[in-house]
Each structure stands twice: as structure tokens, then as C-alpha cells.
Ligand binder design. Structure first.
Ligand code: UDP
Ligand code: MG
Length: 314
């Protein structure tokens, strides 16, 4: 069997600080693996510039001029990590045997790619990179852990401690291309594809340079997309709590009638006010949850493009 053609997909948002080093290392890795006949020499790297405002695109263009292995796609604005990843994956689909997605800051050890390939050659269509030791700040680690726990409580299959560092084979890429949703959460989508898969653990490195491009706001939006596009349990919860409150109110009504008949009714201001606050709060909270899903539905129904390409360097 001839060695596979690998594409490495790297989304970049204002990564000029790290890109030269990242390109040098990834390019070196491909050259090395090709020399050792683990990869076809036609393997390549695609950088997706997700609306950077710094020099990222120029750097990608300069390296593209020098090497056949470096390709680039420039999005028309910042669409976010997930749309940028999808753009890369759909661009390489049909043009490689397998594809690895990774970050521009090389936090995910690229030496692991060789082990991804071994699993791929052994027949796995999907290979997940799993963070064994994370270098993130404590708050990030705790919120990530809480999020994975919430997802599993809500009945969504995600791979804990896996962050979009994975290999997808040709068939998995073709399957992924059939999903049309706008609310992207690839970590939830990929396990839905099926196929034979395996996991490889690695230690996370500190960022090469610069700051995280995932603001808390982007992280929160990703978590909401994860929950709302894979689980309707929060909606069911709203119905369940509603039902429970109705049952309780029957009991309360019974009690009131009983108290009235005994003639021991008191002014009862406190209980009324507490009940108003309590039910007002519950109703607003669940209206919010329903609104969140409705909002997602509005976005899905519009079928807007998930990203727009401004320029390609093939
Ligand atoms: N990224 C992107 N668009 C964004 C935010 C991030 O393409 O809107 C890219 C970023 O350039 C990097 C990857 O997504 O290659 C992961 O981001 P980062 O390393 O900043 O996240 P962290 O590792 O801190 O979670
Ligand atoms: Mg990072």
C-alpha cells in the first residue's frame, strides 16, 4: 500500500507571532515523514486565515510562494474557530487520504501526528487527540471539566479532554461534509459520524507565543452551541419542572381549602410574594432556555453560509 496523502488544517486568527515557527515545524514534519515513506510527498498544510488583522495572511502567502506544501484560504472576516476548521476540512475533502486539524500555536504536540497515522494505516477512520496534561490556567481547566460533565449529563457523546486535534480519514471527511448545520460544534459532530476510531493521549504544550485567541465570550458561545445543537434535555427539564410546580400547586390549593374550612386563614402576604418571585423567576429562566433554542432555530432556518472565502492559495 502506498503511503497516504495527509493534509494538515490550521485555523489562524491573528497568529503572526507564531506562524513562521509553526510553518517551519509543520513543513519539516511533513518532509521528514515523506522521507521515511510514512507519507506521500504530495502531503500539504492548509492555513485558514480567519479574518486576521495582523500580518498572518502575508506570512502564509510568502511561504506559499516558496513551498508547494503550503496552501492558504483567507476568510472574508472573523467567523470563529469552528467555521474556520470546517472550511479547511471541506476544502481538503476529496484531495487527501486523511486530514489532521491542529492549532496555529502548536499547543498540541505535532510529534503525535505520526501515531495518528499509524492508527489510520491500521484501519481507524477517526483518531482523537486527548489532552493528558493541560497547561491552561486553573479557571479554564475547571470550566472545561464542568462543561464536559454537563454535556454527558445532557446525554451528548463528547470525548472528554479532546479539543479538535484529530485525524479524519477520507470517508469521515465525506460524511462530515453532509452535515449542514450552522451552529457548529465539531467535537459533538465527529462522534456522530460513526466509523472505527481510537484515542491517543498527549501532553499539552504552552502556547508558542502571543495570547489565547479564544476569549471567554467565544468560549461561552461554543459551550452554548454545544449544548443547544446536541441536546434538547434543557427543554425537557423546563417541562418537567413545570409539571412538578403544577403538582405542588394542587397540594397547595388543597391545603388552602383545608385551612379556609378550619377558619384559620391568615393575611398571608409573605407566602404570596415569595410565590410570585419564585414562579416569576422560574418562568423567566425557562423562557430564556426556550428563547436560546428558538434563536438557534432562526439561524439554522436562514441557511446562511457558514463562512465566506475571500482568497485561495492552492
Ligand atoms: N482561532 C480562529 N478563530 C478564532 C479564534 C481562534 O481561527 O476566532 C484559532 C487560533 O488562531 C488557533 C486555534 O483557533 O489556531 C485555537 O485558538 P487558541 O489557541 O487561541 O485557543 P486556546 O488554545 O487558548 O483554547
Ligand atoms: Mg491554543
Amino acid at each position: 500500500m502506498s503511503p497516504p496523502v495527509l493534509s494538515i488544517v490550521v485555523p489562524c486568527f491573528n497568529e503572526a507571532d507564531v506562524l513562521p515557527e509553526t510553518i517551519r515545524r509543520l513543513d519539516g514534519l511533513l518532509a521528514d515523514l515523506a522521507a521515511r515513506k510514512q507519507l506521500d510527498a504530495k502531503s500539504y498544510i492548509v492555513f485558514i486565515d480567519d479574518g486576521s488583522t495582523d500580518d498572518s495572511w502575508n506570512i502564509i502567502r510568502q511561504h506559499h510562494d516558496r513551498s508547494d506544501r503550503i496552501k492558504g484560504i483567507k476568510l472574508s472576516r472573523n467567523f470563529g474557530h469552528q467555521p474556520a476548521l470546517l472550511c479547511g476540512l471541506l476544502a481538503v475533502e476529496g484531495h487527501c487520504d486523511c486530514s489532521v486539524t491542529t492549532d496555529a500555536d502548536l499547543q498540541h504536540r505535532i510529534e503525535i501526528i505520526e501515531r495518528f497515522l499509524e492508527r489510520y494505516v491500521a484501519g481507524d477512520e477517526i483518531v482523537y487527540g486527548i489532552k493528558a496534561k493541560r497547561n491552561d490556567p486553573l479557571l479554564r481547566r475547571v470550566t472545561a471539566k464542568l462543561f464536559y460533565r454537563l454535556m454527558s449529563c445532557l446525554g451528548t457523546q463528547t470525548i472528554p479532554d479532546h479539543a479538535d486535534y484529530r485525524l479524519l480519514g477520507r470517508n469521515a471527511l465525506a460524511a462530515l461534509a453532509q452535515f449542514r448545520e450552522s451552529n457548529l460544534f465539531l467535537r459533538g459532530l465527529v462522534p456522530l459520524l460513526g466509523f472505527r476510531s481510537s484515542c491517543i493521549r498527549y501532553d499539552v504544550e504552552p502556547r508558542l507565543n502571543g495570547r489565547s485567541k479564544y476569549s471567554w465570550h467565544k468560549m461561552f458561545a461554543l459551550a452554548i452551541a454545544g449544548v443547544t445543537s446536541f441536546s434538547i434535555v434543557p427543554l425537557r427539564l423546563a417541562s418537567a419542572v413545570g409539571l412538578l410546580v403544577v403538582l405542588c400547586s394542587f397540594a397547595a390549593a388543597g391545603f388552602s381549602v383545608w385551612a379556609y374550612m378550619r377558619g384559620s386563614v391568615v393575611p398571608g402576604w409573605t407566602s404570596i410574594v415569595v410565590a410570585v418571585y419564585f414562579f416569576g423567576g422560574i418562568q423567566l429562566c425557562f423562557l430564556g432556555i426556550i428563547g436560546e433554542y428558538l434563536g438557534k432555530l432562526v439561524i439554522e432556518v436562514k441557511r446562511r453560509p457558514r463562512y465566506l472565502v475571500e482568497q485561495r492559495l492552492d
